[in-house]
Design a protein around this ligand. Structure first.
Ligand code: ADP
Ligand code: UDP
Length: 248
């Protein structure tokens, strides 16, 4: 029996490296419709200007992402997630990614505070939505529906779908985090095309969202790294434990 078949389960073989980003490496597989995402321990902020290696982060984020993607699938949100391959790798559907970041904010924090001079921590009612162009060299500029359509980054239908799906994710995950006495402050999602459908791609982990403890508003996300608060991965593990994400 070939060594990639264990107990009758075929382990997807890793092919060539397709792309290495700031936190993940993407590999092809023997199936042209599937990719392997390797979640690395690398962490970065401020468009890659500040970087570090954090022990266990790749494993924690890989398992956290798998857990959240499965919750979203159960709630009817179609995602690229297929299966966990190892502690730090997942198999996903290969998407044609749109070069767009979708951000929903329930509470003001981060760039929106600087941009509009608002205080961190104020409620945004209704939650607000922003598009950003995925372009580190240009510091991911904010863009609007018209930019997306005029420059051909996505169709009008896809623009509407991204908004609808991202708000649906917000509804599902706001409740999920509330069940662990946490507040989902904001988050970023990326989408891609797959066989004529728009699927949620990339990741949902504490690297790409803000999560606060409900009672103390202690930061439990990547702001701990951005602001040198320490205990970054420990905070991610605490969030995972509160949600019941199996890590070991
Ligand atoms: P970045 O590119 O921002 O540095 P990462 O290090 O997380 O980010 O790299 C992962 C890359 O893989 C991202 O560019 C992301 O858009 C892309 N990606 C995520 N999911 C998929 C998918 N299912 N198919 C194709 N590409 C994907
Ligand atoms: N975010 C992300 N990748 C980016 C930009 C933002 O994951 O390239 C996430 C970020 O972690 C936060 C939300 O999107 O949860 C909103 O980020 P913001 O615009 O406030 O930017 P920041 O000040 O965090 O760079």
């Amino acid at each position: 029996m070939p060594n990639h078949i264990l107990l009758g389960i075929e382990i997807m073989q890793r092919g060539e490296q397709l792309y290495s980003g700031k936190a993940k490496t993407v590999y092809t597989t023997s199936d042209p419709g599937k990719l392997i995402l390797l979640f690395r321990n690398d962490t970065s902020a401020f468009d890659g200007e500040k970087t570090a290696q954090l022990d266990r982060k790749g494993m924690v984020n890989n398992k956290f992402n798998a857990f959240v993607m499965q919750k979203l699938e159960q709630a009817g949100v179609r995602t690229h997630f297929e299966s966990l391959r190892s502690d730090s790798e997942s198999v996903v559907k290969r998407l044609e990614m749109l070069p767009i970041e979708c951000v929903v904010r329930n509470i003001a924090a981060g760039s929106i505070c600087k941009r509009y001079g608002v205080e961190e921590g104020i409620d945004l009612n209704p939650p607000t939505f922003e598009f950003f162009l995925k372009d580190d060299a240009r510091h991911d500029p904010m863009i609007n529906d018209y930019h997306i359509r005029s420059f051909g980054w996505a169709t009008e239908h896809e623009v509407e779908e991204m908004k609808e799906k991202t708000f649906r994710v917000n509804d599902v995950l706001t409740q999920l985090f509330a069940s662990g006495d946490m507040i989902l402050v904001d988050f970023k999602l990326e989408y891609g095309r797959y066989q004529g459908e728009l699927l949620l791609g990339d990741e949902f982990t504490p690297d790409g969202c803000r999560i606060w403890d409900k009672a103390t508003r202690e930061k439990l996300d990547k702001d701990r790294f951005r602001r040198d608060l320490g205990g970054v991965v420990e905070a991610y593990e605490q969030v995972a434990a509160r949600l019941g994400v199996p890590l070991d």
